[in-house]
Design a protein around this ligand. Structure first.
Ligand code: ADP
Ligand code: MG
Length: 247
């Protein structure tokens, strides 16, 4: 079956003073509709590069990315994004931040309908009662909850999450994992999560892709218990492996 997100033979190198720096080499990832793919790897292995390629902010040297069968050649509104440091507009309330993508993609939608949609999502992530606060009045975890709502409010085809929980403490982070799972149960969406946290990738992913980092091709020893109740496909530098513990 063809994936909704298809990363197809993607290679990319940056031009540097010391010559080309290869970052991604022949990467292939296919994410079926409504599935959750987690890409995990150490700092510098090319995770943010991959985000930019999927979001259409950059073109790869070789290969390409298809969303719903269409080649990505420029940024598009059918992609929702959230990052490590949520950029929320301080002069807007939380709910007015969440409705932003709707103002752009659905200019004809009545404001009342937009607000209803945003309120419904904010309630799902545990922010009922905080809708009219300013971002600065919320904790980091709460701001990240709001930014998740903003990433999906317009029902984008694809949601890209680049280290969304990286700046949070361990307790808050695990709370947000659960929130994200609940949210996807209520309202499934196709997700590409980028993270350096192996436990996070296994907790959330239907599919886990481990990037080892280039050019050294270091073999990392990673060990984590795979949840028994979940069927996760794990790929290591594109090779299928049975258990993360065997890496
Ligand atoms: P990650 O997000 O996994 O930490 P990045 O995709 O940000 O990794 O970067 C991968 C590698 O490419 C790093 O070695 C980084 O220094 C390098 N790099 C990233 N962006 C650029 C750029 N614009 N020009 C040159 N090198 C870059
Ligand atoms: Mg990064």
């Amino acid at each position: 079956m063809r994936g909704l997100i298809e990363i197809d033979g993607v290679s990319h190198a940056y031009a540097t003073a010391a010559g080309p720096l290869p970052v991604l080499e022949n990467l292939n990832i296919s994410v079926p509709e409504n599935e959750f793919a987690a890409v995990v790897g150490p700092s510098g292995c090319g995770k943010s590069t991959l985000t930019k390629l999927v979001a259409g902010l950059m073109m790869p040297d070789e290969g390409g990315v298809r969303l719903h069968g269409q080649w990505v050649t420029s940024p598009r509104s059918s992609v929702g994004m959230a990052f490590q440091n949520p950029v929320l507009l301080e002069w807007r309330t939380i709910v007015d931040n969440v409705v932003l993508p709707l103002e752009i993609v659905a200019p004809g939608m009545p404001q009342r309908t937009r607000v209803e949609r945003a309120m419904q999502l904010l309630e799902m992530v545990g922010l009922a009662g905080f809708e009219r606060k300013r971002p600065s009045e919320l904790s980091g975890g709460m701001r990240q909850r709001a930014s998740l709502c903003r990433a999906i409010v317009h029902k984008p085809e694809v949601v890209i999450l680049d280290e969304p929980f990286g700046a949070l403490d361990a307790f808050t982070r695990e709370d947000l994992w659960q929130t994200l799972r609940n949210l996807r149960r209520e309202e499934p969406f196709t997700t590409l999560l980028i993270t350096h946290d192996l436990r996070e990738s296994v907790f959330l992913g239907d599919q886990v892709v481990v990037l080892s980092g280039r050019p050294a091709q270091t073999q990392y020893t990673l060990s984590v218990d795979l949840p028994e109740d979940r069927d996760i496909e794990v790929l290591y530098d594109n090779r299928s492996v049975d258990m993360l513990a065997t890496l």
